[in-house]
Ligand binder design. Structure first.
Ligand SMILES: Cc1cc2nc3c(=O)[nH]c(=O)nc-3n(C[C@H](O)[C@H](O)[C@H](O)COP(=O)(O)O)c2cc1C
Ligand code: SF4
Length: 432
């Protein structure tokens, strides 16, 4: 059995709470309220070594303990269901396939940290998820599994849905909080972290949909059971969306530590056409890797040791017909569109990179363009205000590492830069 998060998907009717209860649903919550203290729950989650599945890979139990430690009486639980990265749709399918599992995980979090109010921040395009979650909340309230005095215990937990307007940066937890408060969807300075001062300045715990979907099985079966899946450093499974030049694109849940080779040849049925050239791991802000990474275990720690990041779970496989410069221009187009504009290095830098990769595609890049791009990417990594701008560097620096020679073919050594003058400023700030 490799499935934890998707174990019920396709097996039970997601719109029928009785079917979820029939497969052991809400048993973890009932058991926790009857026999476990909030500290017990946090300890189990910590012992399981579960790390957040939203991209950053932060230890979930540790995050919960920060929110628990606050003495404030009003605290919030937020489920981040924004999922704005191209190629990523795992959270949508989890919510559509098993909405109660997400709600049960959120309620367990509320009990553990001492919060009675929760929100699911979900993108407006996810109509079916919104519909199913709305029904799931109502049905759970009717049976006393959400709302007041759950399972007859002295614990209330109310979940509301907040619909986002579709902005990638609003998935970043502090921009999400701004958006929830009706402010511009711009990231906030950290610290303070949300666990200290989050929604309406109250302690707030933000977790990803897949993270919450792991909680009830962990509480029900214990941390040792969870650690039987995946690797020693990162136990559990990972839900991926696999896309591109492969025979079977779609959604998979596999143990942490599986390799790219296994994903392509065992799960995706192999290449649909051509030869493997590169993969982008973790969505548009993810690293671009060559076949050199074919046998590296995909999990947070070992990838970090190789200088890469697993990200949130989109894997895009590309064959030799894809030009690296062309692909990077597509990535930059996305970032230009999604940059919130708060800092110039991201607002202007992404546009400059987009222009440079377009020139490279046509073999018209300036003689020093590769160095300039590398410097700019490193600058973004160091100085951008939020992780979005910082992560723009990931596809670029990894592509330069593995495909630097190909990118250099786009440079024209004779194409020197014209001096920037007041009359001709667009040489640098080419906003066309
Ligand atoms: C630009 C950007 C977009 C993000 N989008 C999402 C998202 O859609 N869903 C998500 O859970 N986390 C997203 N994150 C990560 C969140 O900021 C946060 O780390 C996460 O929700 C925490 O949950 P976890 O600990 O369960 O992973 C994004 C981060 C950045 C920088
Ligand atoms: S790095 Fe980009 S997305 Fe983040 S605050 Fe700056 S402009 Fe906005």
């Amino acid at each position: 059995m490799n499935r934890i998060v998707l174990e019920n998907c396709g097996k039970i009717n997601p719109e029928d709470i009785e079917e979820y209860i029939g497969v052991g649903g809400y048993e973890a919550l009932g058991m926790a309220l009857e026999r476990k203290t909030p500290e017990d729950i946090i300890k189990t989650v910590k012992d399981s070594k579960l790390v957040g599945r939203g991209g950053a890979g932060f230890p979930t139990g540790l995050k919960w303990s920060f929110a628990r430690a606050s003495k404030e009486t009003q605290k919030y639980v937020i489920c981040n269901a924004d999922e704005g990265e191209p190629g990523t749709f795992k959270d949508r399918l989890i919510m559509e396939g098993d909405p109660h599992k997400v709600l049960e995980g959120m309620a367990l979090c509320g009990y553990a940290i001492g919060a009675n109010t929760a929100y699911i921040y979900i993108r407006g395009e996810y109509q079916l998820s919104i519909q199913r979650l709305t029904k799931a909340i109502k049905d759970a309230e009717k049976l006393g599994l959400l709302g007041k005095n759950i399972f007859g215990a002295d614990f209330d937990f109310n979940v509301k849905i907040k619909i986002g307007a579709g902005s990638y940066v609003c998935g970043e937890e502090t921009a999400l909080l701004n958006s929830m408060e009706g402010l511009r969807g711009e990231p906030r300075l950290k610290p303070p972290f949300p666990a200290e001062s989050g929604f309406l300045s109250k302690p707030t715990n933000v977790n990803n949909v897949e993270t919450f979907a792991n909680i009830a099985p962990i509480i029900l079966n214990g941390s040792d059971w969870f650690k039987k899946f995946g690797t020693e450093s990162t136990p559990g499974t990972k839900v991926y969306t696999i896309l591109g030049h492969i025979k079977r694109p779609g959604l998979i849940e596999v143990p942490m530590g599986i390799t790219l080779r296994e994903i392509i040849y065992d799960y995706a049925g192999g290449m649909s056409s051509g030869k493997f050239k590169m993969a982008q791991i973790g969505g548009t802000a993810g690293d671009i890797v060559s076949s050199a990474l074919m046998d590296a275990p995909l999990e947070y720690q070992s990838l970090q040791a190789l200088g890469h990041n697993l990200g949130s779970g989109a894997i895009l496989i590309m064959n030799e017909t894809v030009l690296v410069a062309d692909f990077l221009a597509c990535c930059m187009k996305f970032f230009v569109h999604e940059s919130c504009g708060k800092c110039s290095v991201c607002r202007i830098g992404t546009k400059q990179m987009y222009n440079a990769f377009k020139r490279m595609e046509k073999q018209e890049a300036y003689f020093d363009e590769l160095e300039t791009i590398k410097e700019l990417a490193e600058e973004l990594k160091l100085t951008a205000f939020c992780p979005m701008g910082q992560s723009v560097a990931s596809p670029i620096l990894s592509a330069l590492k593995y495909f630097g020679k190909e990118l250099a073919l786009g440079v024209n050594p004779d194409r020197k830069r014209e001096p920037v003058t007041r009359e001709n400023p667009n040489i640098v700030l080419n906003y066309s």
